[in-house]
Design a protein around this ligand. Structure first.
Ligand code: PEP
Ligand code: MG
Length: 561
C-alpha cells in the first residue's frame, strides 16, 4: 500500500528505487580519566575529518558545501567546547550530562545572538558536538549499507554525512529533520542529488521502495504502479525540458522585440567555469566577498586582480564586479567593526568604505587592471544616497589617474549602483543623471521595503519580491533608467523565478542575472512568451494590491518553455 508523505523540497529532481535506512545508534558517554584531554583529542580528530571533507568538496567545485564543512571544522577545535563541558563537570555533572548540557548551552547561546551569521552557527555546533560525542564514545560512524543505487532515508543527516554520500549510489534521500535552507539541503543541491527534508514519521513508514520529488517535497513510501508511472512521466518531461534549454544555450533572447540579456551571478572562481559552461551573457553580479570573508587578512590587490582578470577574460560580454559588501551581517574579523544590534541596518557595504580607504581603493585598482583583459563594470552595494555613489566615483577617478601615472595597464569601467535601499529607486531620476547603470538587488530591496529580515523563515511570506510595492520600485527605476539610456538589470534571486523574470522584462529591465544553473531556464522562459504578456503585466501591476494577486493573475498566462 503506497503511503504519501509531504516534506520540503530541498534539492530538485525525482528518484524512484529501493530504500536503504541510515542507522544512527544512540551513544552514551562513560566517565573517562582525563575528560579535557579526551574531548580535545576527539575535537581534533573530528576537525581533521571535516577539513578533509571540506577540501574534497572544494576540489569538486562544491564551494557552498566546502564552506559549511570548513566552518564546522573550525568549531570542532574551538576551546569553547572544552570550556563548556568542563564547567558542568566541575559543577558535579557526569560526562554524559555535562556534554548534553554544554551542547544545549552553546546552541542557545549562538541562536540568541542578534547576528544572523552567528545564529546560523547554532545548527553547526549541534552537529559538531554530536560528532565529537560519537568519537569520544568510540562509536562507529553512522552508516548505510548502499551497494546498489538506492534512496536513502534517515531521521537526520549531518553536513558531514551528506557530503560523504556517493551520488552514483544515492538516487535521492529524505530526512525527518531539516528545512529548505538547512545545510543538508545546500549540500544536496551542490551534489545534484534530489532530496526532500522535514518529512514527519518517515523512518517508521516501513518503506522498502520509494518515489520522491525534490521540487514538490512529495515522498511516496512503497509507491503503487500508478505513482511510478506518474514519476516516469515527470522524468520524460524533465528531459524534454532539458532539450529545450539546450536550444537556447549561447543564444541572445528577449521578450517580444525587447532584448534581455541573461547573465550569471558568480561568487567564486569555480563559478566562472559554471557560468561559461552555461554560456551566460557575461556576469551580472560578481559577489567578491569570498575574497574578503573567512580569512584573517584582507586579500591583496594582486590576488583580487587574478580573480577578476580570470572572469573578465572568460566572457566577451561585461563582467559586473560588485565592490565588497562586508560589515553588518557579514563581518570580517580583521576590520574589527563593533557588533551591532541591527546589522542589516548598520555599517555595511559602501557605508564602511571611507573607514577603510586602502581596502576599497585596492579593490578598485584590481578591477581597473582587470578591465584591460575584458569588459568590466563595477557596481556599489548598499547605496542610499547620491553622495555615497559620488564618493566611490571620485575614488575610481583618483585610482585610475594613479595607475596611469605609474604606467600600470588598466581599462575603462562603467560604474553603476545597486538598487537595494528604497531611497535609490525613489530617487532614481537623480541617480540616472550620474550612474552608468542600475542593478536591482531584489533580496535586499524586498527586505528594506517590507521591513522583513531576509533570513527569517517565519517572515518569508512578507519577504516577497512580487509584492506590488517592490515591483513599483523596480518599475520606477526602469523608467528613470530608460529615460536617460541607462541599462537596468535585476540580480537578486527573484530574477531566477520564471514569472518574476517575465514581469521584470515586461517593465523594461534589460538584463537578468541568475545563478549559472538557471541561465537557460530563464532564457527559454523569455523566448517562449508572446509579446502580449507585457500588456497583461502592466495592467496587473496598475491594480494589484498583493503578491498573491500578482501571482494568481499572471501565472495562468505564463507559457512554460
Ligand atoms: C540582493 O540584495 O538582491 C543582492 C543581489 O545582493 P546579496 O544577495 O548579495 O545581498
Ligand atoms: Mg544585497
Amino acid at each position: 500500500m503506497a503511503d504519501e508523505f509531504h516534506g520540503v523540497g530541498a534539492s530538485p529532481g525525482t528518484a524512484t528505487g529501493p530504500v536503504v535506512t541510515l542507522t544512527q545508534d544512540e551513544v552514551t558517554l562513560d566517565q573517562v580519566d582525563d575528560p579535557v584531554a579526551a574531548i580535545t583529542a576527539s575535537g581534533s580528530a573530528v576537525s581533521a575529518q571535516l577539513s578533509a571533507l571540506s577540501t574534497a568538496a572544494r576540489e569538486g567545485g562544491r564551494d557552498e558545501a566546502a564552506d559549511v564543512l570548513n566552518a564546522q571544522s573550525l568549531i570542532a577545535e574551538d576551546e569553547m567546547i572544552v570550556d563548556a563541558v568542563s564547567g558542568h563537570l566541575d559543577g558535579g555533572l557526569d560526562l554524559e550530562a555535562a556534554f548534553a548540557q554544554a551542547t544545549s548551552d552553546l546552541e542557545s547561546m549562538l541562536a540568541s545572538i542578534p547576528d544572523p551569521y552567528l545564529a546560523a552557527r547554532a545548527a553547526d555546533v549541534g552537529e559538531v558536538m554530536l560528532a565529537i560525542k560519537r568519537d569520544l564514545a568510540g562509536a562507529e560512524a553512522s552508516s548505510a549499507d548502499i551497494t546498489t543505487p538506492s534512496i536513502l532515508i534517515a531521521h537526520e543527516l549531518t553536513a558531514a554525512e551528506t557530503a560523504g554520500l556517493n551520488p552514483e549510489l544515492v538516487l535521492g534521500f529524505a530526512t525527518e529533520v531539516g528545512g529548505a535552507t538547512s545545510h543538508v539541503a545546500i549540500i544536496a543541491r551542490s551534489l545534484g542529488v534530489p532530496a526532500v527534508v522535514g518529512v514527519a514519521d518517515l523512518v517508521a513508514s516501513g518503506a522498502t521502495t520509494a518515489a520522491l520529488d525534490g521540487s514538490t517535497g512529495e515522498f511516496y513510501a512503497n509507491p503503487s504502479q500508478d505513482v511510478l508511472d506518474e514519476f516516469a512521466d515527470r522524468l520524460t518531461k524533465q528531459s524534454a525540458l532539458q532539450t529545450r534549454l539546450d536550444k537556447v544555450r549561447g543564444k541572445k533572447v528577449g521578450l517580444g522585440d525587447a532584448a534581455v540579456a541573461v547573465a550569471a551571478n558568480i561568487a567564486s572562481t569555480d563559478d566562472v567555469e559554471r557560468g561559461v559552461a552555461e554560456e551566460s551573457d557575461g556576469v551580472g553580479l560578481f559577489r567578491t566577498e569570498f575574497l574578503f570573508l573567512d580569512t584573517d587578512t584582507p586579500p591583496t590587490e594582486d590576488e583580487q586582480f587574478e580573480a577578476y582578470r580570470l572572469a573578465a577574460s572568460s566572457w566577451s560580454d561585461t563582467v559586473v564586479i560588485r565592490t565588497f559588501d562586508i560589515g553588518g551581517d557579514k563581518p570580517a574579523e580583521y576590520l574589527d567593526l563593533p557588533p551591532e544590534e541591527n546589522p542589516f541596518l548598520g555599517q555595511r557595504g559602501v557605508r564602511i568604505y571611507d573607514q577603510f580607504p586602502d581596502l576599497i581603493d585596492g579593490q578598485l585598482r584590481a578591477a581597473l587592471r582587470a578591465a584591460a583583459h575584458g569588459p568590466v563594470a563595477v557596481m556599489v552595494p548598499m547605496v542610499a544616497t547620491l553622495d555615497e555613489f559620488r564618493s566611490v566615483k571620485a575614488r575610481v577617478d583618483a585610482v585610475k589617474a594613479s595607475l596611469q601615472a605609474d604606467g600600470i595597464e588598466c581599462g575603462n569601467i562603467e560604474l553603476g549602483v545597486m538598487v537595494e535601499v528604497p531611497s535609490v529607486a525613489l530617487n532614481a531620476k537623480a541617480f540616472a543623471e550620474e550612474v552608468d547603470f542600475f542593478s536591482i538587488g531584489t533580496n535586499d530591496l524586498t527586505q528594506y521595503t517590507m521591513a522583513a529580515d531576509r533570513l527569517l523563515s517565519s517572515l518569508s511570506d512578507l519577504h516577497d519580491p512580487l509584492h506590488p510595492a517592490v515591483l513599483e520600485l523596480c518599475r520606477l527605476t526602469a523608467e528613470a533608467g530608460q529615460a536617460k539610456g541607462r541599462s537596468v538589470s535585476v540580480c537578486g534571486l527573484a530574477a531566477a523565478d520564471p514569472l518574476a523574470a517575465v514581469i521584470f522584462a515586461s517593465i523594461g529591465i534589460t538584463k537578468l542575472s541568475v545563478s549559472a544553473g538557471s541561465v537557460n531556464l530563464i532564457k527559454a522562459t523569455l523566448a517562449a512568451q508572446t509579446p502580449s504578456i507585457a500588456d497583461a503585466v502592466h495592467e496587473v501591476l496598475a491594480t494589484a494590491s498583493s503578491a498573491a494577486e500578482v501571482r494568481e493573475t499572471l501565472m495562468p498566462m505564463l507559457i512554460e518553455p
